[in-house]
Design a protein around this ligand. Structure first.
Ligand code: AMP
Length: 177
């Protein structure tokens, strides 16, 4: 018999005024610490993207790594990290972006994805959409095809999806911004 599904939303802790006043930070560490929860998340996305022929899962530093790597294993795809500036050792391409609490830049190895490759993006939270938009832009600049994006939590009220055009985003949970 299949195990009773966990209430994933109850495993996300909200920390008010972190990392700065006015931000309700959605902390996924209780979910990660709960046996079975990560497996439930990965199983959901594995089913959702099983028919998408995903060849590479692009994981966004740093919490996207935690969800994206096991998903890539399940989808029999490779893992490609997108990182903050200066972390990747070989030649990179980069995109500047803005997020709910600041601005930044993301980088990917220039040879990490090949033209025409089918790529899925993974992160923990979709807020304003800047991070995913910048990551999609990086992958497309490399010539690959973004088949979709998977996030654990979509913050409602920030219009993040609007910034992503027709990118298909699968969000397991919705929470207020
Ligand atoms: P955005 O680019 O605005 O969509 O922001 C998404 C990125 O910022 C993700 O990588 C999240 O990890 C992080 N982030 C933004 N807002 C929050 C929040 N309220 N709680 C947790 N993480 C957040």
């Amino acid at each position: 018999m299949a195990p009773t599904p966990l209430d994933l939303g109850a495993l996300v802790r909200t920390v008010r005024d972190f990392p700065q006043p006015g931000i309700a930070f959605r902390d996924i560490t209780p979910l990660l610490a709960t046996p079975g929860a990560l497996a439930q998340v990965v199983a959901h996305w594995t089913e959702r993207f099983a028919a998408a022929d995903v060849e590479r899962v692009v994981v966004i530093e740093s919490r996207g790594f935690l969800f994206g790597a096991p998903l890539a294993l399940a989808l029999d795809a490779g893992v490609v990290p997108v990182r903050k500036p200066g972390k990747l050792p070989a030649q990179t391409i980069g995109e500047d972006y803005s997020l709910e609490y600041g601005t930044g830049r993301l980088e990917m190895h220039a040879d990490a994805v090949a033209p025409g490759q089918r790529v899925l993006l993974v992160d923990d939270v979709l807020a304003t959409g800047g991070t995913l938009a910048a990551t999609a832009a990086l992958v497309r600049r490399a010539g690959a095809h973004v088949v979709g994006a998977a996030v654990l939590i979509e913050l409602i009220g920030l219009d993040g999806r609007a910034r992503l055009g027709d990118l298909a985003v699968d969000a397991l949970l919705e929470m207020p911004a």
